[in-house]
Design a protein around this ligand. Sequence first.
Ligand SMILES: Cc1cc2nc3c(=O)[nH]c(=O)nc-3n(C[C@H](O)[C@H](O)[C@H](O)COP(=O)(O)OP(=O)(O)OC[C@H]3O[C@@H](n4cnc5c(N)ncnc54)[C@H](O)[C@@H]3O)c2cc1C
Length: 462
Amino acid sequence: MITPYTPVSSNTLEQLVAIVGLDQLSTTAAELDLHSRDAGHHPAHQAEVVVWPSTPEQVAQVLALANAQRIPVTPWGVGTGLEGNAIPLYGGILLSLERMTRIVEVHADDFQVTVEAGLPHKDLNEKLARYGLFFPPDPGANATIGGMLANNAAGIRTVKYGATKDNVLRLQVALADGRLMWLGSRSIKQASGYNLMQLIVGSEGTLGVITQATLKLVPVPRYMSAIIAGFPSVEQAVETVVAVRGSGIDVAALEFIDETNTRALNQAGTDIAPHPTLLMEIHSAHEATLEADMAIVREICEEAGALSFRATADLAERKTLWNARHHAYETLVRNHPNQRIFIMDVAVPISAYPELIAYARQVIDEHGIVGYMKGHAGDGNIHVELPYGDEATFEKVKAVNGAIVLKAIALGGTSTGEHGVGIGKAAYMAAEHGTALDVMRTIKHALDPNGILNPGKVFPSS
Ligand SMILES: Cc1cc2nc3c(=O)[nH]c(=O)nc-3n(C[C@H](O)[C@H](O)[C@H](O)COP(=O)(O)OP(=O)(O)OC[C@H]3O[C@@H](n4cnc5c(N)ncnc54)[C@H](O)[C@@H]3O)c2cc1C
């Protein structure tokens, strides 16, 4: 790869040591390898040095140094991204936030918390439990708050609580030139100036490095129930999704898994019959409201021809269900030992969901490959998992992926609902955004004129 960037020299390493300290940086093969790939299928690429700053000021100083020397910097949370978002394609500095994990302050009376960006969200929620509060976005993997903000991660609870972008009030960000600033405020209402905070959210580390964030919290619901409903056909399951959303019931999770995925979940502890299935969760402050909502959902499922309907308020059963759902991808990987899994992510308006699912199945079958489908159906978001073990199958997988992405865009949706653009979706940015992609380039150039921040991501290579 021809690179316009400067390699990391021994002089640069000395300057980095002066900023972060000797034990906060590594050039060992093991560390470079550990930070060379994320959880997706994209090929690995190594940085030249891994740096672990421990303060926002150190992050800013590392960026200023890299910018002056034209060294690429790739921010890193814990590498659970799936689109190659954090792979250091051009080498340079891998800037890991893994050691910035402090809770700076819990503003319990305001239902807010200020944290450092490297804090994993599950660790945050464990610590918030004693306040009776939690941070709702849940991408399954124990991703960092910075990585979730950078990818605008979503997950199973988005249908009720929104994506990461909906649960943030304020960000501290270091720009490529080393300026450190706060964007947004701790007020719920904000109408002051351009919304630069939301520009950084979802920018995948290409516009700035998030060092701290103030997040919105919600009270842990008093009553929760999980529902598993099996259907004779994918169409009936998917149409039920639209009906449940249309009923006005405020479901906290509304997940679709196809028949093949029920087997993966059962390997992780559930006992779900092999049918197209909906997994739901309802939260409520009152037991009676919860029961009334469950009765309506049961009625909708039965009217749609559900073969089975199981509702449980049992904590252990609920935990087993969601644990299995969160580990379904890993189970799938284990079930295909000598293959890689191409996991794709698109989203459409909820009314177009049945058409998208039917199209995806048709294209997969036409290409004669194996494909598993599951998704956050309540948000119109689907993941198609496509195993491949040789070049010929990989070519078919890419063709299927391309067809489904373009279909999602044609249906008024998007090439990515939650995994971000990274490397994998860059090719579709022009089709999805048209002229707006030029405006994105202008913004990128204004904030990062030397292109040091996470190069090779979001924008298609020219
Ligand atoms: C089993 C599994 C299930 C998943 N399920 C979901 C799901 O349901 N929903 C979902 O949304 N995602 C899901 N993901 C994907 C992943 O968890 C998210 O993309 C997550 O946001 C990545 O966070 P991370 O901390 O691992 O970041 P990384 O993967 O390390 O980085 C992701 C991106 O953020 C940038 N970045 C990281 N930290 C910062 C920072 N402080 N400042 C600026 N940029 C930064 C990186 O450069 C990169 O572009 C899943 C992943 C796995 C492995």
